[in-house]
Each structure stands twice: as C-alpha cells, then as structure tokens.
Design a protein around this ligand. Structure first.
Ligand code: ASP
Length: 324
C-alpha cells in the first residue's frame, strides 16, 4: 500500500468512526445522568459520620457530586485521630507518612496522586491533577511539587501519637497487615448530586509501616475506586495488593453492567479474591457499591466492616455482611 492510499483509507476509517451512530449512542449513555431528579446522597466506607454528613449536607445545598466527595473526605484527612488517612496517618517503616488518593467524576474524568509526603488534602490534590494537568497520575516528589505550586502548605504529617506507635512497632519490626484495627480506615466516598451525577473520592495513608514507596489500591482507578455514570460506582478498603490483583472496583461496576445487583457484584468480587487463597485469609478486603438507581451493596471478607450513609437529612452507620 503506498502512502497516499494508506492516508486515504485511514481518513475514511476515522471519519466513519466519527459518525458511527452506535458509537455516538454509547457516548451519550455514558454522559447521561444516572438518576434524573435524584435525591442526593453520600456513602462512605467505615464509620465516618462527620465526613459523610459534610458531603451529604453540601449535596443538599446543591454542590456537585465531585466537590462534595472531596469536601467530605477532607474531614478525615484533617482528623489527627484517624491513623489511616491524611495527617496523623501511620507512617511507612522509615517514619515517613505518604498518602495516596484518587477521584473520578460522572464524565469518566479522573485524577490520582501516589506516595505524596507533606500534603494533607490529597483527594483535593488528585482533583487538581485531573483538572489542571494533562495527566491522570502524579507520584511522589512530582505530586508534592505540584501541590506547592497550587498553594498547598507543606506540613509534617507525623503526629506525636503516630510517631510513638511507629517507634513501638520498630522494637519488633514485624510486618503484618491487620484486620479492622480501627472502625475507620481508608475512606472511599461516593456521592450523587441533585443533577443525578455520580462521583467518588478515595484517600488513605495506606498500610501502616509499609515499605517506602509502596502504593496500594486506593489511588489506582479501577481498583480503589471506579465510577461509570451509566452503571454505578464502587470503592474498596482493605489489603490493597489483593484488590489490585482483581481490579476490584472496576470488576464490580462491570458485573453490575452485566446485570448483577450491587450486592451480588460485591460478593462476586470478594469471591474472586478468595478463589486464589489456599487457607482462610488473615487479611481484610471490603467493598461498597451503588448502582445507577441508588441501590447499594457492600460485602467484606471478615466481619467488622461498616459503611456510612447520609440521605434525606439522616446519617447512619450500617454493619456489612461478611464471608467469615
Ligand atoms: N486499601 C488501603 C491500601 O492498601 C489500606 C486500607 O484500606 O486499609 O493502601
């Protein structure tokens, strides 16, 4: 094929793609709002009532779903008593607090930051990556520098409490991811606004005493969080390595697309993890999902996982079913 023929054929191919009615219809479905005249609501992993209420009330006042999710999770990022998210999060084994976060909106836009030090509000930073850079992910020092350029304050994220706990851990230095250490953990939040748009944010300090540079599922789009406005959304918490291996949140959304209920989809995603285990797992993984009609599902490997929902001026913490 000479160059001219190649260019002609390629141009015909591209222009037929551009006008293909089926492709156009698919694109429209993705951009369609999932719940016209929706009742706004916010759901989040674990018992985070202040964060979920903050997001829910903002939604009631007309805030869009993405901003509400970022504002909601910011409450836990700033909570010094939460040792699994933001400032006050447990450090890696060298004593550095490094944070991971991502966001995804109703149009399929997403942003993420990985292993960021000295910046508290990493979910907001992930949103800035999405909105102000040509990239989806910024990692480490690059993410930190970008934050400073956007006016974020560099802070020491290691509190006296978490420093003491880390020093105690160093005495033995035995590494073992723990199950449900606290009643809060990585916060993954999904919000639906008055326009019916669905968005989410996920933020964490990752596993306590991880290796420096370790990144879990939470900032990985499709693993810690996935949103598809025409289907639904899911978030994960627990041992990130296992969530990444099965691309958990994407899997749940795809199972819902195939007709599973959010509960069935969450249960199958947990089952995929268990299929690979030879013995009863000593780690936790938990999922929370909503479909486009606002039907929720949640499931975990071990008991102890809860989620929080704010809807119609009411905030509740709900116990979740588990395999064990
Ligand atoms: N999923 C987080 C991570 O692996 C940790 C957690 O949710 O507990 O980094």
């Amino acid at each position: 094929m000479n160059r001219k023929v190649f260019i002609e054929r390629t141009t015909i191919g591209i222009s037929s793609l551009l006008v293909s009615p089926s492709l156009f219809a698919k694109k429209k479905a993705i951009l369609q709002k999932p719940y016209p005249n929706a009742t706004p609501f916010a759901i989040a992993t674990w018992n985070v009532q202040k964060a979920t209420t903050t997001a829910g009330q903002a939604l009631d006042q007309g805030m869009n779903a993405l901003d509400a999710a970022v504002q909601g999770v910011a409450v836990e990022e700033a909570n010094l008593l939460n040792s699994t998210v933001g400032k006050g999060g447990a450090p890696d084994r060298d004593g550095n607090v490094s944070l991971d976060a991502c966001v995804m909106d109703s149009n399929g836009n997403c942003g993420a930051v990985l292993a960021v030090e000295n910046i508290t509000h990493v979910a907001a930073l992930a949103k800035e990556v999405m909105e102000k850079t040509p990239h989806v992910i910024l990692a480490g020092e690059g993410a930190r520098k970008f934050a400073i350029s956007q006016g974020y304050q560099a802070e020491d994220l290691l509190t006296e409490e978490s420093k003491k706990a880390w020093q105690k851990w160093l005495e033995e230095g035995h590494y073992q991811p723990e199950i449900n250490v606290e009643n809060h953990d990585t916060i993954g939040m999904l919000c639906v606004d008055k326009e019916g748009a669905l968005s989410g944010a996920c933020t964490t300090s990752g596993l306590a005493y991880k290796m420096k540079g370790r990144v879990g599922d939470s900032p990985i789009i499709g693993s810690g969080l996935f949103v598809d406005n025409s289907v639904g959304a899911a978030v994960a918490t627990g041992l990130g390595e296992e969530v990444i291996k099965t691309v958990g949140s994407f899997l749940i959304v795809e199972l819902m697309r195939q007709g599973k209920s959010p509960q069935e989809a969450c249960e199958e995603a947990i089952q995929r993890i268990l299929e690979k285990q030879k013995t009863k797992p000593d780690f936790q993984v938990a999922y929370l999902a909503t479909n486009k009609n606002g039907v929720l599902g949640a499931y975990s490997i071990h008991s102890g996982f809860t989620y929080t929902i704010y809807k119609n001026n009411k905030c509740q913490n709900i116990n979740v079913k588990s395999i064990f």
